[in-house]
Design a protein around this ligand. Sequence first.
Ligand code: NAD
Length: 339
Amino acid sequence: KKLGIALVGLGSYSTYQLAPALLETAHCYLAGIVTGTPEKEQVWANKYNIPKKNIYNYQNFDDIAKNDAIDIVYVVLPNSMHADFSIRAAKAGKHVICEKPMAMNVEECDAIIAACEKYGVKLGIGYRLHSEPYTKEIKRLVKNKRFGAVNYISADAAYRSMSNPEQWRLDKKLSGGGALMNMGVYAIQSVIYGTGENPTSVSAQQYSTRPEYFKDTDETITAQFEFESGAIGTIMTSHNIRANRLFASCQNGWFELDPASTYIPLAGRTSKGILDFPQESQQKLQMDDFAKHILFNSPNMAPGEMGKRDMVIVEAIYESISKGGQKIKLNFTPNYGFG
Ligand code: NAD
């Protein structure tokens, strides 16, 4: 059986990545849509052969509870709407994929996790990289200590936003924050899977060079992490600088992904040579992994606890910045948030 997915929010990620990927998936398919824009209904219905009964808007969305064709609701809305729609989906008895960043804050993450537990549905975060081969290889190398202990790790996840000051990503009410909420979570993820550990502390700094464009949200942030093993990490995230990379220096070598968190193609090297893996749609792999988790009880590659952990770190970074870079202690149980 192929599970039916309903995409909620038909913006650029749904349009250009998720819907095309759902034409290639083996264990799920695009069964329904939820949109606030009536003009999109017919266009999507025609393009993806979606029956009228599987088309909802934000108001009648809760009726999806009665629709057996929909197994999974995938929330692809601005961050401020993630918690509301994830919780409503859980209440409707649907499994939930919630895009990154999971929510506006830790409290909302807790509410989503609690709702999915209460209504007995699975929850996955849209962290597509955990299903793609370059990231998986780094995780494997780290787990096996292929190059010995990781001593230093650095990750950048950043792009330059040029032309649209009106976009929701620059509006704190809708985004919860700027670069850190958008790309920063990838850099946080990189230093965690690239060491195989959760950090024990973080200190952070914020920089602003275009305050007239970034009126409401962070432009560039750097942060430094300590890990139990003695490894140290550093990240940079920005809406005003181009960079996308992961580099780790280990006891007996090094590894690197560059780019590390963009869509395909990704690329990587280690001190032993080039990494070369198939460049398949990451979104296809991610949604199939989640469907397999439901169908065959295979591992959940990006559970809700992982999204919450990253939000704990995001909040600690903002706290450190507000306290002039003060070191903030983090207190995760050893495997908290790992898939
Ligand atoms: P987008 O702006 O292209 O689309 C947003 C959608 O939400 C649109 O369909 C819009 O109509 C709808 N919407 C409803 N209420 C809105 C409001 N008040 N303001 C603005 N839009 C509103 O955004 P996107 O790039 O598709 O991002 C959507 C979500 O997906 C975000 O949480 C983002 O972080 C996430 N995302 C994840 C990845 C990834 O690689 N995992 C990539 C892109 C986006």
